[in-house]
Structures are given as C-alpha cells and as structure tokens.
Design a protein around this ligand. Structure first.
Ligand SMILES: Cc1cc2nc3c(=O)[nH]c(=O)nc-3n(C[C@H](O)[C@H](O)[C@H](O)COP(=O)(O)OP(=O)(O)OC[C@H]3O[C@@H](n4cnc5c(N)ncnc54)[C@H](O)[C@@H]3O)c2cc1C
Length: 415
C-alpha cells in the first residue's frame, strides 16, 4: 500500500498527547504500530517517500520474538554481551513488554525473525496493519520535513521521535548551540571498512556454509567474497546469494552507488575475477549457472551513535524558549545508532519497543526520567552492538590472512 494512503481523524485530539513520528521506514512504522492502540495518544506519522520500493533482502534477529531470557540470549556471543550489559530486571521488563504486543504485530515479528525477506515487505505489512486498525487511526502526513518544520510544529505536551534514518533530521540539532553549522555535532562514528554488497541468483541449489568462505576463496589473495551464510536461500531451483567484498576507500570513491557485473568487469577486473573464481567453484560442485548478472552496491560499513539520543541537553541547559527544552525528543533506529554488519533493523526495533514501553508509562514518569532512561538504554544497546561489530570485524581481518601466518599473528591480540 502507498505509504501515505492512511488518513485518520483524531477523535480525542484535544486531550490526547500528540506524538510525532518522523519517518515511516521500518523503525518508524513499528513504533507507530506499537503506540497506535495506546489510549491517550494521537499519533502523527510523517513520510516523504511515496512508495515502498526497497527490495533488498534483510534478516531480523531471532531475539526480537524471544519469550524468555534464555531465548533472548540464545546467540552465543551476543548472549554473553547482553548478560554483561543489561541487568536481569531490564531484561525481564523488555520481555514483559513483548508479551503485551498485540498478536497481529507479534505474528509479523515472529515470521520475519525466522528467515529473511524484502525490506519493502516489512514496510508494507506494517503500513497496512496500521491503516487497517480503524479503531485507532493514525494521521499520516506526506511531507519532506526540515528540522525547522519539525521544531515549528511542536506544541506544549507533544512528544517527538525522529526515525528518519542514518541521515537523521534532528540528530545534530540536539545539542544547544550546534544548530546546523557542524554536521557531526552529535555523532560518534567509526568507519570499519568499505564494502561491496554483491547479490546474485544461481540456477541450482547451493548450500553455503562457513567453509565456503575459506576454500572457495583460496586462490583470491585479495577481494575475498564472503557470503552471508544465513542469507543464502533457495526455492528448490534458484539460490539467492548475498555476500560482501572489502575494497579500499579509494576504490569505493571511484565506484557508482549501484552497478552490475559487467561494469565491475570493465572497471575493476581484479574484483570481478575474484567473484568469478568463487562462482566457478560453486559451478564445479553443483553444475549450475548464474541467472542474470551480479547486482552490486557499495556501502561504507560504519558504526555510529548519537552522543545524545534525546533532547536532554536542552532540558538540562534550561534553554528557555527553545521547544526542545520542554518537548521530549527521541532518536530511534538508524537515527540513533547504525551498525555495519546488518543488525540495525533489529536494534532499532528493540529500541522502539523500549521507547513505546516508556511512553506507555508516561503518567508515572516525568519527562526528565524518560529521557534519562532512554539514554541509558540506548547506551547499553550501543555497547552491545559495538562489542559484536568489533568481534565480527576482527574475525574478518583474521580470515583475510588465514594463509599468511605472520600477517595472521600480527592481527591477533591474545594477551
Ligand atoms: C544492502 C543492505 C542490506 C541490509 N541488510 C540488513 C539486514 O539484513 N538486517 C538489518 O537489520 N538491517 C539491514 N540493513 C540496514 C537497514 O536497512 C536499516 O538499518 C534500516 O532500513 C533502518 O531503518 P530506519 O527506519 O531507522 O531508517 P530508514 O529505513 O532509513 O527509514 C527512514 C525513513 O524516514 C524517511 N525520511 C527521511 N527524512 C525524512 C524527512 N526529512 N521527512 C520525512 N520523511 C523522511 C525516509 O524516507 C524513510 O522512509 C541493510 C542495509 C543495506 C544497505
């Protein structure tokens, strides 16, 4: 459905708390769907896109649908990080909130966390679910907002949540005095690497496993294609394969955002050869052929966070007449934290579940307390994803040097 097709009249608009959700990507949509049934709220969802067209396949973490602490911590590495960072009471509170999620929404989360699916399927399903709930209409506003628009529309008592993605509308406006001058005023960012995300279809069943990463790359000293094992799937006749190849910053700059195998062969033959060798090894094993060409997009794999994920600085500074001094503002999803190895939607979903829980308790909590609790939660999620991403990057670095013992030893930090 068209992202802007919904239109609601707000029956209780005069008394309800107005919640402005900026951005109807996956995270803004989930947040809206969580807030929608809550009494005393009137939710306004702002989006600039006319259609959901992003077909890339995404995978959500199994922990999103967990119904026990054990299930939440099932991933070997992430589970330990979670135990190290979160108190047992916090985990219990998070699980209790999950159990209160309406069954229509929970069913979707369960389905998506079992495999992987197109991003626009997630967006459309959430959007349709929101539009179908007649009892609690959401007002949908088609607009490409500016930060000034967002600030100007605020009234006393409102809540503002920025879900506008990695180029967040408000992230760098949350520090008094920084305004629009410095693009990094409120952002801590680590560039881990530059990569090509390569996707191709293969006309046979290809069962990918961890060993493929090594032995199909043995003759590739550079530009190893690392398939994402859990994203390789097949429908019985065609396998869908996605993986990444690291490139230098200079190579990255010299490439367009999106291209195909033919462009790669013409412009970066060494990278293309490496891909072709990997695919040839699949062919030798399974006697299939590539279906169509490679689809390639270049992305910087960086890990970042908003140093302030709320308007606490304005409130703390008592910045009198600025609306952020009295209106609680929150960043969620890629607006608040971005992670390099494809965990961001799950992280964003996790954060909006917590935020929805805070908003549900808003009568009990003063705004300052809400801001503090959200900041603390976001910081813990940041530690969690930081530890996991560093581990993945370190493992990738070691992998690149597996056949060179000296280089390998150089990268290992044992004591
Ligand atoms: C190739 C690739 C593969 C990926 N795979 C995965 C994966 O497997 N798992 C995973 O978890 N993540 C994955 N990701 C990351 C994931 O796609 C993002 O983390 C996710 O889309 C972020 O969701 P969001 O809602 O926070 O932001 P976005 O998806 O960026 O949505 C922001 C929304 O806000 C709207 N908006 C922005 N500015 C304005 C404005 N000024 N006014 C009005 N509307 C505005 C935008 O139009 C958009 O709809 C992948 C990313 C890439 C590039």
């Amino acid at each position: 459905m068209d992202p802007q097709s919904g239109d609601g009249t707000l029956a209780t608009a005069s008394t309800a708390t107005r919640v402005h959700v900026l951005g109807a990507g996956p995270v803004g949509l989930l947040l809206t769907a969580l807030l929608q049934p809550m009494s005393g709220l009137s939710v306004r969802l702002y989006e600039k896109r006319r259609e959901y067209t992003r077909t890339r396949m995404v995978r959500l973490a199994a922990y999103l649908a967990a119904d026990s602490v054990e299930a939440y911590r099932a991933d070997h590495f992430d589970g330990d990080n979670v135990e190290a960072v979160f108190d047992p009471e916090e985990l219990a509170e998070g699980l209790a909130f999950r159990q209160s999620i309406p069954s229509d929404l929970m069913a979707l989360l369960r389905r998506w966390s079992q495999g992987f699916c197109p991003l626009n399927t997630i967006e459309r399903s959430l959007s349709d679910l929101i539009d179908a709930r007649d009892a609690h209409p959401v007002q949908r506003i088609a607009a490409a907002l500016t930060a000034e628009d967002a600030i100007a529309m605020l009234e006393p008592g409102d809540v503002l949540i920025d879900c506008t993605g990695s180029r967040s509308l408000l992230r760098d406006h949350l520090v008094p005095g920084s305004g629009d001058a410095n693009g990094d005023a409120n952002t801590l960012s680590f560039v881990f690497e530059h990569a090509l995300v390569v996707t191709f279809l293969y006309g046979q069943t290809y069962v990918c496993n961890e060993y493929c990463k090594y032995y199909k790359n043995v003759e590739n000293p550079r530009y190893k294609f690392i398939p994402m094992v859990h994203r390789v799937c097949d429908d019985g006749t065609v396998s869908h394969v996605t993986g990444i190849v690291s490139v230098s910053a200079e190579e990255y700059e010299a490439m367009p955002k999106q291209f195909d195998g033919e462009w790669l062969r013409g412009n970066f033959p060494n990278v293309a050869q490496s891909m072709d060798r990997f695919i040839d090894k699949i062919k030798q094993e399974t006697h299939g052929e590539l279906v169509g060409d490679l689809e390639v997009i270049r992305i910087p794999l960086n890990l970042y966070r908003a140093r302030n994920a709320t308007s606490r600085q304005y409130r703390g500074a008592g910045a009198g007449d600025h609306p952020f001094a009295t209106t609680p503002v929150f960043l969620a999803g890629d607006s608040a934290i971005g992670s390099p190895y494809f965990q961001s939607i799950s992280l964003g979903f996790e954060c909006v579940m917590f935020l929805a829980g805070l908003i549900a308790q808003r009568d009990r909590d003063a705004s300052q307390d809400m801001l503090d609790r959200y900041e603390s939660y976001i910081y813990k999620q940041w530690l969690r994803v930081y530890m996991q991403s560093k581990m993945i990057k370190n493992n990738k670095d070691l992998f690149e040097s597996l056949d060179e013992p000296i280089a390998l030893l150089d990268k290992m930090h044992i004591y």
